[in-house]
Design a binder for this molecule. Structure first.
Ligand SMILES: *Cc1c(COP(=O)(O)O)cnc(C)c1O
Length: 401
C-alpha cells in the first residue's frame, strides 16, 4: 500500500496509449515513480491465521511467486487494461503461453483445428505433442474459409491461429473463423504476436484467449523472453490458472519488469516500425531482383480488404522472394551491412532471416512448399533505424544477389 494510492488515475477511463503508461501500477510504501521489481519467491505473514486465510481465499494476497508476484501482476494488469481483457497471466516464454493455453483445456478424444501455416513450435505442439495425448489435430489452409468450414463441421474443442502468420504473413479472417469455431463448440486461441496489441484486437472479433510472445515487440529491444495469456475472468480463473499454478511456467519478476517498461513505448515503437516497413516494402516491390513482396500494408496484398477490416496498419514484418533461389537469398543476406542476420523479430534493430534453413528448417520439403517457404524467401523484421538506411543497405545487398 502506498500513501499516494488515492491519486491513482481510473485506468479504465484513460485512452489506450495512456493505459500503456499507467495501467496496473501498484506502488509500494516508498512511492516510487518507476515500478518496483519484487525479486522474491515467497511472502511472510503476521500470524498463522493470516496464512490460513490467504490460502483459503486463494486470491489477491500474495503467497508464492509461482502463483502471483506484484511485479508480474503489474505487467499482466497493464496489458489486460490495454487489451480490454479481464484476466491475464505472464509466462516464461511465448511457447509456455501457447502450450498452457492449449493443454489447460484439451484431453484425450478432443479435437483441435489450426492452420498449417504457423510458427514452427506452435505447429509442433499441435501436430506432434498434443496428438501424443490422444488429441486429434486437423490442419487447414488458414486463408481458405471453405477449409475452415469443413474442418469445423464437427464438434471441436479448440481453434488455434496466428494472423498474420509466421513467416508468410497469411491473414486469417478472425470474425468468420471465430463464428464457425463457436458454432462447433470450440474456444478460439489467437497468437497475436505478429500483429501486436497495437494493430489488432482479437477479442473484438470473438477470440476467447489471446496469447503473445512478449519476447518480440512487447520487449522490443531483444533483452528477454516472456509470454502472456489473456482471457475473460471465468475461463482464466477456472481453466487456465489451475493448470499454470501447478505446472509452473511462471515468468521471473525481472523479465516481467522489462516487459512492463516495454509496454510504455509499445505504441510509439510499433507505429514507427510500421511506417518504416511500409517504405521498405514499397522499395522492394519495385526492385528488379525481387520476384514478389508480401507486406500486409501494400495494396497488392491479395487479402487487402480483410486486412483493412481487422488491422490498423500493415505491421512490422515483410517477406520477399529474391530471384535466383537459395544462392541469391544467401548472397543478399551476406551482402547486408547494418541489417543483421538473426532469427529473432520485433527488435529495435532490423533483422533478416532465411526461414527455409533456420526457423522452419524442420519442415519437410513438401510442407515448406505448401506453406510458401521457398528457397529464395527472406523475412525482414523492421527495426527503429531510419528506413532510408534500411533501404540503402538492402539495395547494396541485392546488387550482389
Ligand atoms: C516467437 C513466436 C512464438 C514463441 O515465442 P517465444 O517467446 O520465443 O517462446 C510464438 N508464436 C509466434 C507467432 C512467434 O513469432
Amino acid at each position: 500500500m502506498s500513501r499516494t494510492d488515492h491519486r491513482k488515475p481510473d485506468v479504465s477511463a484513460l485512452r489506450p496509449r495512456s493505459q500503456l503508461i499507467h495501467g496496473g501500477t501498484n506502488r509500494s510504501a516508498f512511492d516510487e515513480t518507476s515500478e518496483a521489481i519484487f525479486q522474491t519467491s515467497g511472502y511472510v505473514y503476521a500470524a498463522a491465521e493470516e496464512a490460513e486465510a490467504a490460502f483459503a481465499n486463494d486470491g489477491m494476497r500474495h503467497v508464492y511467486s509461482r502463483f502471483r508476484n506484484p511485479t508480474c501482476a503489474m505487467f499482466e494488469d497493464r496489458l489486460a487494461a490495454y487489451e480490454g481483457a479481464e484476466w491475464a497471466y505472464a509466462t516464461s516464454s511465448g511457447m509456455a503461453a501457447v502450450f498452457a493455453a492449449l493443454m489447460c483445456q484439451l484431453k484425450a478424444g478432443d479435437r483441435i483445428v489450426a492452420p498449417y501455416n504457423l510458427f514452427i513450435s506452435c505447429l509442433v505442439v499441435i501436430r506432434d505433442i498434443a496428438t501424443r495425448f490422444g488429441v486429434e489435430a486437423v490442419l487447414v489452409d488458414g486463408t481458405d474459409l471453405t477449409q475452415w468450414e469443413e474442418a469445423l463441421s464437427k464438434p471441436t474443442t479448440v481453434v488455434f491461429l496466428e494472423t498474420p502468420s509466421n513467416p508468410t504473413l497469411d491473414i486469417v479472417d478472425l470474425g468468420a473463423v471465430c463464428e464457425l469455431a463457436h458454432k462447433a463448440g470450440a474456444k478460439v486461441v489467437v497468437d497475436n504476436a505478429f500483429a501486436t496489441p497495437v494493430l489488432q484486437r482479437p477479442f473484438e472479433f470473438g477470440a476467447d484467449v489471446v496469447i503473445y510472445s512478449a519476447t518480440k515487440h512487447i520487449d522490443g529491444q531483444g533483452r528477454c523472453l516472456g509470454g502472456i495469456i489473456l482471457s475473460d475472468k471465468a475461463f482464466g480463473n477456472d481453466v487456465i490458472h489451475p493448470f499454470l499454478r501447478h505446472t509452473g511456467p511462471t515468468i521471473s519478476p525481472f523479465n516481467a519488469w522489462v516487459l512492463l517498461k516495454g509496454l510504455e513505448t509499445l505504441d510509439l515503437r510499433v507505429n514507427a516500425m510500421c511506417a518504416g516497413a511500409d517504405a521498405v516494402a514499397r522499395f522492394l516491390e519495385g526492385h528488379p531482383k525481387v520476384a514478389r513482396v508480401n507486406y500486409p500494408g501494400l495494396d497488392s496484398h491479395p487479402q487487402r480488404a480483410l486486412i483493412r477490416r481487422q488491422m490498423t496498419a500493415g505491421g512490422t514484418m515483410i517477406t520477399f522472394e529474391v530471384k535466383g533461389g537459395k544462392d541469391a537469398a544467401f548472397a543478399t543476406l551476406n551482402g547486408l551491412g547494418m541489417v543483421m542476420i538473426s532469427n529473432n523479430l520485433g527488435d529495435a534493430k532490423c533483422l533478416a532471416t532465411h526461414p527455409a534453413t533456420t526457423t522452419h528448417c524442420k519442415l519437410s520439403d513438401e510442407d515448406k512448399a505448401r506453406a510458401g517457404i521457398t528457397p529464395g524467401l527472406i523475412r525482414l523484421s523492421i527495426g527503429l533505424e531510419d528506413p532510408q538506411d534500411i533501404i540503402e543497405d538492402l539495395d547494396r545487398a541485392l546488387s550482389k544477389a
